[in-house]
Design a binder for this molecule. Structure first.
Ligand SMILES: [Zn+2]
Length: 375
């Protein structure tokens, strides 16, 4: 996995956004579209049609399982999990052999179901599933069979198992840590325990909602996600007054342990990119309270974090209007999703098109925005 090594602050060194698809490192719309077509091709050859995809997503979403498990299932069914074969198909020069068994090519179905040690885990689980030799070679086909199963609770357990098996695969691939059968099953159980209803949810408070910007303005939502040994994923999306995605981006940068630094780095990257894309009246939203507090007293503080915020402030002067405000996580779900998508897509851009897996999240935000307008 290649992680772009870039200094976080340019106070000592010049720091620029590099567009890797252009020889001179400069972003151009042409190269952006080229990249986009490439992704569309991958989706068309491997994924379900759009309407089937939406139906499938609705079914997945209805499961009694944590969002992170559902997202994993969704990515597996869209063939965008970073298993060796998918990375090879995306043009990476890597050995496609499964790192766990060393015998077969690592496809999605192999990693999650048919790899020999994985078969044993499925069989040892209390679901007692025998992964037969005639398992379809496509995860989506297998999933459709599974989703036809009447027992929704069992399905949730299947989802949790897949999540644990994927965790086992990553622990081995990236940390050379071997989870045995018991440990993998314990992981699956631990996530189902966390599914217990949250006591904090109350009937009287309606959850905060994402709001579309006024006409003539653009809203930029930014978020970041840290994964140990994999780096820091950054995600950003620019939407218009109708809540439509004008542009979205993911970046994968070096691992940063401090969450406030990560959020600040994300905003810095996103501001640069927004300016380069030509958007000029921008309302930025982040779920980092620390960033917004520091932004408001911009010129004070001597720390790495304060330096990055100061740099963001300087970038904001290049816009005719640029405000930064704090929102609850519920208002930042698309950016959060994108930050996690960065681990699959690294540096990537989508122009006037929804990135994979985000359409329903984006339209849910629009529905919210519409109901806010009616209230
Ligand atoms: Zn294997």
């Amino acid at each position: 996995m290649k992680i772009v090594q870039i200094p976080l602050t340019s106070y000592q060194r010049n720091d620029i956004v590099i567009w890797k698809d252009n020889r001179d490192g400069q972003y151009s719309v042409k190269s952006g579209y080229k990249q986009l077509r490439c992704i569309q091709n991958i989706q068309q050859t491997t994924g379900p049609s759009h309407s089937n995809g939406s139906k499938l997503w609705q079914q997945i979403w209805a499961m009694k399982s944590l969002p992170r498990c559902k997202e994993l299932i969704w990515r597996a069914s869209k063939e965008i999990l970073p298993v060796k074969m998918n990375m090879k198909k995306r043009g990476m020069n890597i050995d496609p052999i499964c790192p766990c068994c060393g015998e077969e090519e690592e496809t999605t179905i192999h990693a999650l179901l048919t790899c020999e040690p994985v078969r044993r885990i499925w069989f040892a689980s209390h679901l007692n599933i025998h992964i037969s030799m005639d398992t379809p070679d496509n995860f989506l086909c297998w999933l459709e069979r599974i989703l036809a199963h009447p027992e929704k609770d069992t399905m949730a357990e299947v989802f949790n198992m897949i999540w644990a098996i994927w965790g086992r695969r990553n622990a081995w691939t990236f940390e050379q840590q071997l989870w045995d059968i018991n440990r993998t099953l314990a992981k699956a159980t631990s996530i189902s325990v966390r599914e217990a209803p949250r006591p904090a949810a109350t009937k009287n408070t309606t959850p905060p909602k994402w709001k579309a910007p006024p006409r003539g303005f653009y809203k930029l939502n930014v978020d970041a996600a840290i994964r140990r040994n994999l780096g820091t994923g950054l995600g950003a999306i620019i939407r218009n007054e109708k809540g439509e995605s004008m542009a979205a981006a993911t970046w994968l940068i070096e691992e940063i342990e401090d969450p406030s630094l990560v959020e600040a780095a994300g905003i810095k990257w996103a501001l640069r990119w927004t300016k380069e894309m030509g958007f000029d009246r921008v309302l930025v939203e982040t779920d980092s309270v620390l960033f917004v507090n520091q932004w408001e007293r911009s010129q004070t503080g001597i720390s790495y974090f304060a330096d990055i915020v100061k740099e963001c402030k300087h970038l904001s002067y290049a816009f005719s209007l640029c405000t930064v405000s704090h929102v609850k996580r519920d208002c930042n779900v698309v950016a959060d999703f994108l930050a996690n998508l960065a681990f699959d897509f690294h540096e990537n851009y989508w122009l006037e098109e929804d990135p994979p897996g985000t359409s329903l999240l984006i339209s849910a935000d629009v529905t919210h925005a519409a109901s806010v307008a009616l209230e």
